[in-house]
Design a protein around this ligand. Structure first.
Ligand SMILES: [Zn+2]
Length: 73
């Protein structure tokens, strides 16, 4: 399961949108796809670049936005 954690109010517009939940899943899946491909993806909250974060292994364990600081895991 992909979870997005947005530290700022910017996420509200995303989550409050009418009928936005299925879309959100698609957006997050797309972002995650980019991160696992080892390339920056567009942050679903602010549109800035989201960089993959690595743990002990080569595969990204999550992502962090350089714009708003949202994290994806
Ligand atoms: Zn962002």
């Amino acid at each position: 399961m992909i979870a997005l954690a947005a530290p700022e109010q910017g996420a509200e517009s995303l989550f409050d949108g009418e009928g936005g939940e299925p879309m959100l899943d698609e957006v997050l899946a797309g972002v995650w796809e980019g991160l696992t491909a080892h390339r920056p993806a567009a942050c679903p909250v602010c549109g800035e670049r989201m960089h993959p974060e690595y743990g002990a292994h080569a595969r990204p364990i999550g992502g962090r936005c350089e714009g708003c600081g949202s994290t994806l895991s």
